[in-house]
Ligand binder design. Structure first.
Ligand SMILES: *[C@@H]1O[C@H](CO)[C@@H](O)[C@H](O)[C@H]1NC(C)=O
Ligand SMILES: *[C@@H]1O[C@H](CO)[C@@H](O)[C@H](O)[C@H]1NC(C)=O
Ligand SMILES: *[C@@H]1O[C@H](CO)[C@@H](O)[C@H](O)[C@H]1NC(C)=O
Ligand SMILES: *[C@@H]1O[C@H](CO)[C@@H](O)[C@H](O)[C@H]1NC(C)=O
Ligand SMILES: *[C@@H]1O[C@H](CO)[C@@H](O)[C@H](O)[C@H]1NC(C)=O
Ligand SMILES: *[C@@H]1O[C@H](CO)[C@@H](O)[C@H](O)[C@H]1NC(C)=O
Length: 898
């Protein structure tokens, strides 16, 4: 059926879209639809507030008029004199909206738009009832029910309205309310609450994919109207719940679980602005098939049920696990995520192919799909879904998602009856069609990646040969084989691809996997690791630390590299320039007197507590032992460049390698314009960090042992850092946690070192604070760049890079190592020294408003908070950098000291 491409429609502004596209849908194709839409919008309950305050934006008069004339009773109920309120409309409106936010419409408590597609009335009613029974009515934005393949049916509409009749407590903007049956208008047909349910009829069956796309378009129009009327903040990101008619939510917790999986509130130091909430482009599915079970599909793309591995379940303590595909009973994702999927095919009619298409979009071009185990959804009654792809569908999936080689392999796996010519003809036809999205490879991951990492049941496709294993020849061969037994051995030989796979598996086993045999002549450290740290270290797999080129020709983000001062790509910064040619430290007498005479808390911490062990450092340098090499990475933007000289004059040259990631290259400062996806803004640091680490990995990995990153207000004590990194403890940890390395190791356990915070106090969600920065060894950097960046959140748009780094490393079993010293003193500090000197924990840290108390893990107060051998401080601004340096390195003249 010919359909207009969706994303080309204009959904801006007030005008209803042109639905006159030849689709025979009386409801949508008549001008009446426009009026219906207006009425519908006008009746939506929050809009009565608009009418109430008379807040009219140009072009909205018609809406308001219709509201007042249909909703007499609400206006009467709410305020006795609407006219009085009108005078300060705008002002009051704002405060009403604030109130609405408190109730839970803010960016971190978005409302949900439910889209239910079905072909059976009873199924739709059952699903809608389950939504109402399990969702806070205030958080339902709209419920859009599509009755596919049915004529308009007013009886059915009336029936649905009874589901949502306002009989549960809810808010009218500023007033809590409940309509008891019989006591007010609720019993009447036109009560103010029945319009959250919107019904669409498709007299000609459109199918699942197209019905969903239609409904989402409707939701987007509605959203725009709410935004322009001032009833929805642009920061509130609607959640979209797609259900199949007949599926039923079973748990009230579904929205809370879903929200926290899709939207992460700001975790970062001192940032309370909730509009900066991190938005994840993943989708959430629910427990439908039994504990630990999930929908997947085989090499012919037919659905199968598989079990999540114990590892996958354990990663989140059984809370959730990834699923390769959706069964479509219910799936939740952000409306924006859905709208940005690049390759949705509206021609897929049946639930399975539509869900398969959605699944591939989500995995390859967004952040994937997770099942939330606690939330149960009962699946719709089985209605004989088509479970195999027809050849046209198969050809389309191949043409859209696979490269040429994989298309051939998929064909071998999919069909035993077709000829190669049939297949190539079909695929070519799909490719040439104007509605087939092209060039997904720049935006999305490869199908091969998906087959390897997400859906192992597709391994059969990867193992197939290409055209050289010509299909018809193979069939002929098989026929011959059955005749001549001797040929059998030849055909049973595994194809070359399999052989290579076997070889790869023969990697040397990780050292700590065979402790006893290998352990005889291995040296243990003088003190074992603390049990907690041993546990942390043993969760991570040691990895081979040989450099593997992950840049892929530097053609795609995050390996695009850097530009020089003139904008030429391919710039490679000389990271040793600063160490070779450090600028002189400039502190005049007056400054020095100021730095050293003040007896503030910064002085107390630096002078009375912190020690830089220069003796040890000198001894080590003399001994000729190979020192660990540290690369320091600072990030800023051009407006932060004036802060850089303070670092260059103080601790910067102590790093073996030094670079400042920026958006402007200036060799005199060591700043480098790193190319990355998305805009140069605070809210996009994740993408910048992905590019910076990739650049460091691509260019400097082999020369350095450790890599530290921090902002331009970071102060490092490099001698103490190196002392710690070269300690028996850290060497043992990087070697699996039991034995010291002997220098012959080819593998290393990834280590993530820094200041640990428990996100919202949750000890299962620990990350290293970005303030003091974090230090990684080779194994961690390699894993981060070559695995984590590729597989997790490749396009997320967020500032919380520190939680993101912890999160993606955690997916690979790497947890932040506890870097406290043996007396419980912290080494990495999120604030200035003086802050820690004077800080006192509140009585009940977990219930206090003090985020720092809540996030901190067993910290000490006062001087003892900081390890004498501290390595990092944060929020060191302006000349404080030089002051801390002078105090730490004994530069103060004696007469100024006690
Ligand atoms: C609203 O009020 C007008 C005038 O007071 C009246 O004619 C109309 O019937 C009322 N409508 C409803 C739905 O109560
Ligand atoms: C309103 O909804 C409740 C719960 O769904 C139901 O028990 C009640 O009968 C409904 N009332 C009316 C007037 O439809
Ligand atoms: C998963 O966790 C459970 C309980 O914590 C544990 O018993 C089990 O061994 C773990 N499985 C794996 C594969 O780590
Ligand atoms: C899918 O993969 C799992 C695990 O690799 C395996 O146990 C199962 O048998 C496979 N199912 C099919 C139908 O290939
Ligand atoms: C099958 O066997 C016949 C004779 O036994 C031979 O001519 C033919 O080439 C064989 N076909 C293939 C594909 O090996
Ligand atoms: C760097 O980014 C900032 C913040 O977005 C911007 O104001 C500035 O113009 C950018 N500088 C360059 C050289 O692009």
């Amino acid at each position: 059926m010919p359909r207009k491409p969706y994303n080309k429609r204009d959904v801006n502004g007030v005008a209803a879209p042109n639905y006159n596209n030849g689709v025979s849908n009386p409801m949508m194709s008549t001008p009446e639809f426009k009026v219906r839409l207006f009425l519908f919008v006008a009746c939506l309950w929050p809009l009565w507030v608009l009418a109430l305050f008379g807040a009219s934006a140009p072009g909205h008069n018609q809406q308001i008029a219709s509201t007042s004339s249909t909703d007499n009773d609400t206006s009467k109920n709410a305020v006795s004199s609407p006219a009085a309120a009108m005078s300060n409309a705008r002002f009051n409106l704002r405060s009403v909206l604030d109130r609405v936010d408190v109730m839970g419409y803010g960016p971190t408590h978005p409302r949900v738009a439910v889209v239910i597609v079905g072909e059976d009335k009873e199924d739709l009613i059952a699903s809608i009832k389950s939504v109402y029974a399990n969702t806070d009515i205030n958080r339902i934005f709209v419920v859009c029910a599509v009755l596919d393949g049915h004529q308009e049916d007013l009886e059915f509409v009336r029936e649905l309205r009874n589901v949502d009749n306002g009989s549960v407590p809810h808010w009218h903007g500023i007033r809590a309310d409940v309509h008891l049956p019989g006591t007010n208008q609720a019993a009447q047909e036109d009560d103010p609450h029945s319009k959250k349910i919107h019904v669409m009829f498709n007299p000609t069956r459109l199918g699942v994919a197209a019905s969903r796309l239609d409904s989402v378009e409707f939701v987007q129009i509605l959203e725009k109207k709410h935004i322009s009327a001032g009833f929805k903040s642009v920061d509130e990101d609607l959640i979209l719940l797609l259900m199949q008619g007949g599926a039923q939510l079973k748990s009230h917790s579904w929205l809370a679980e879903t929200t926290s999986a899709l939207i992460v509130p700001p975790p970062i130091l001192g940032i309370k602005d909730e509009s900066l909430a991190m938005k994840v482009a993943n989708a959430v599915s629910f427990h439908t098939e039994g504990f630990g079970k999930r929908t997947s599909f085989d090499e012919k793309f037919s659905p199968i049920i598989t079990e999540a591995t114990a590892d996958e379940i354990n990663l989140s303590n059984g809370h959730s696990f990834p699923t390769p595909a959706l069964n479509g009973a219910a799936v939740a994702l952000r409306l924006d995520t859905f709208a940005n999927l690049p390759a949705q095919d509206p021609s897929l009619m049946d639930p399975w192919t539509a869900n398969l298409d959605l699944s591939l979009n989500l995995w390859l071009c967004a952040d994937g799909i997770d099942i939330v185990e606690e939330v149960e959804v009962s699946p719709p009654m089985a209605e004989n879904p088509t479970t195999t792809l027809n050849p046209d569908q198969a050809a389309r999936f191949a043409a859209v998602w696979m490269d040429e080689m994989l298309q051939q392999k998929f064909f071998q796996a999919y069909s035993s009856t077709w000829t190669r010519l049939d297949w190539e003809t079909k695929v070519t036809k799909v490719k040439q069609s104007a509605t087939t999205p092209s060039d997904l490879s720049r935006r999305c991951r490869s199908f091969e990646w998906y087959a390897k990492e997400v859906n192992p049941n597709l391994s059969k496709i990867l193992e197939m040969g290409g055209w050289e294993h010509d299909h018809e020849k193979e069939i002929a061969e098989k026929q011959n084989v059955s005749k001549e037994g001797e040929k059998e051995t030849q055909t049973l030989k595994p194809p070359p691809l399999l052989e290579r796979k076997e070889e790869e598996k023969k990697d040397p086993p990780p050292i700590n996997a065979i402790p006893d045999l290998a352990g005889h002549d291995k040296k243990k450290p003088s003190k074992p690791l603390r049990p907690e740290n041993l546990n942390i270290v043993s969760q991570a797999k040691p990895i081979n630390i040989e450099f593997e080129d992950a840049s892929d020709g530097h053609e795609a983000h995050p390996h695009l590299g850097a530009t020089d001062e003139n904008g030429h790509v391919g710039y490679i910064h000389d990271e040793t320039a600063l160490r070779k040619n450090p600028p002189t430290l400039k502190i005049d007498e007056e400054q020095m007197a100021k730095f050293c005479k003040s007896r503030d808390d910064n002085y107390k911490m630096m002078h009375n507590r912190i020690v830089v062990d220069m003796e040890y450092d000198k001894k080590m340098e003399k001994s000729g032992v190979k020192r660990d090499k540290i690369f320091c990475l600072v990030y800023t933007i051009d407006s932060g460049h004036p802060k850089i000289p303070n670092i260059l004059e103080t601790w910067g040259p102590k790093c073996d390698g030094f670079m400042v990631g920026s958006n402007k290259t200036d060799p005199s400062l060591g700043t480098v314009n790193i190319l990355h996806e998305g805009p140069e803004e605070y809210n996009n640091i994740w993408q910048k960090v992905r590019s910076m680490w990739s650049y460091i990995y691509d260019n400097y990995y082999e020369k350095y042992d450790w890599f530290h990153i921090g902002g331009d207000d970071l102060f490092l004590l490099i001698e103490n850092l190196r002392l710690y990194l070269e300690s028996e403890e850290i060497k043992t940890a990087a070697n699996g946690g039991i034995y010291l390395p002997d220098g012959t190791e080819t593998t290393q356990t990834p280590l993530l070192l820094g200041r640990r915070f428990a996100y919202m106090g949750d000890l299962n969600d620990i990350f290293d604070s970005g303030g003091s920065g974090y230090t990684m060894n080779k194994a961690a950097l390699k894993l981060l760049v070559t695995e984590c960046f590729v597989n997790y959140f490749p396009h997320a748009h967020t500032f919380s890079e520190d939680t993101m780094v912890a999160r993606v490393l955690r997916k690979m079993g790497v947890l932040p190592y506890d870097t406290k010293d043996d007396d419980g003193g912290e080494r990495y500090m999120p604030f200035m020294p003086g802050h820690h000197w004077s800080y006192h924990l509140p009585k009940d840290p977990m219930n206090s408003k003090d985020w720092y108390a809540k996030y901190s893990i067993n910290i000490k107060e006062g001087a003892e908070h900081c390890s004498p051998k501290s390595v990092a401080f944060h929020y060191v601004k302006g000349e404080n950098m030089k002051r801390l340096f002078a105090l730490a390195y004994g530069l103060c003249p004696k007469e100024y000291l006690d």
